[in-house]
Design a protein around this ligand. Sequence first.
Ligand SMILES: Cc1ncc(C[n+]2csc(CCOP(=O)(O)OP(=O)(O)O)c2C)c(N)n1
Ligand SMILES: [Mg+2]
Length: 431
Amino acid sequence: MAKKKKVVPKAHAPHSSNGRSPRTPLSPSRSQRTYTILDYRLEKPSFAIRQILKGDEVRYEVTGDLSAPVPPIRESKYLDKKQCLEIYRWMLLNRKMETATENLYKQSKVVGGVYFGLGQEACSCASAYALEKDDWLGPMIRNQGSLLVRGFSARDIMMQYMAKAGSPTKGRDASSHFGDIEKRNVVSPISTLGDLIPVLAGVALGARLQGRNIAAMTYIGDGGQSTGVTYEGLNFAAVQDLGLVLFVENNLWAYSTPADMQFRVKDLAERAIAYGIPGVIVDGTDACQVYDAAHEACERARRGEGPTLIEAKMMRMKGHAIHDAAEYVPKPLFEYWRKRDCITRFENYLVNVKKWLSSHENEKLIADVERELETDRDFAVASPMPESESAAGGVYCDPSCHEIRPKYGVPKTSIKVSSRPKQTSAAVHLK
Ligand SMILES: Cc1ncc(C[n+]2csc(CCOP(=O)(O)OP(=O)(O)O)c2C)c(N)n1
Ligand SMILES: [Mg+2]
């Protein structure tokens, strides 16, 4: 059983993981309520990032314990050997594909910018791995690993970045904005931060109207969660018991704004309390923790019990995008998180702790992923750019390319309005 962390409006809150004490201490009273946030972590980092202003110069400084030993991987309650090896393979492919894309960018073969999920591969891959065929995914820019798990190939993604005719958007968009609502149940990323949340809540509502409860997973960053639409979407999912699984990817930075200047709560999972839904904290660099929390949230979603907010704590190991050298990030912070690299730790777990892979098998697996990647990269590079006459075609699909019809069943015509006291006629509650 994972340890449960009690969240109380504290009179004497300890130093937060973002290094803060509450601004206004509250006096303890006998009527205090307690709330529970499940915390799967085996390590609770304790440091703060402070802004230092010297004249016109702005820089950030990190204080706290950066010398703590690297924690072990937490044993999964659900994953077996085969599944762990599959997740490990996706993580390797995710990283190698991004390195290859970075090189393509440096060779001027990419149209536009490139965004990376370096250090976040466990979060992307292990979360999407918990989805079943009928579930839905709404990835953000750091979640290229989720796209791989959901059935896009490295070839698709690299062709998309190079705006090739054979890319998912046929060269009509050159960034992460692509999905597949027909076969893979993937909603295209929406750049406006938070907007995927109500969309995925709507997908879950649509499935419910067709008689099915599904899991609809999406992601938001530590910066993006500050938006109003995050509140609106998650609150709607909460009151309607929709199967939204929201990963809050707390990677400590939003562009150059550190998490310490973004929110006042100790942990973003605490936000769940205000929505009246379960909140969970995981170490986002531990694939087993990410999977277990995602699996439990998806199961809850499929039982029709409503949304879950999962805060995954990790670090954005590159700048915001390829144009950003992340000079503003204090170097010791990179060193701290580099030691916690999600792939190195999972590799050590599989090879040395579980002994599920011999060194030789590991080398073979890595070589195999590299081979797959190189084949895909060469194909993508050699494939043609679109013909200019095709520019006016649809970006996501053409009007006649597929019929849009209900996926799960005929929508119910008679609806039962829940007898919950606060609901109005607009709050349709189908179970
Ligand atoms: C509503 C909105 N405001 C601002 C932006 C510009 N913007 C794009 S990414 C970004 C930072 C996002 O940080 P975070 O949510 O922490 O995600 P991360 O990049 O760390 O994964 C900002 C401010 C936007 N796309 N949408
Ligand atoms: Mg962030």
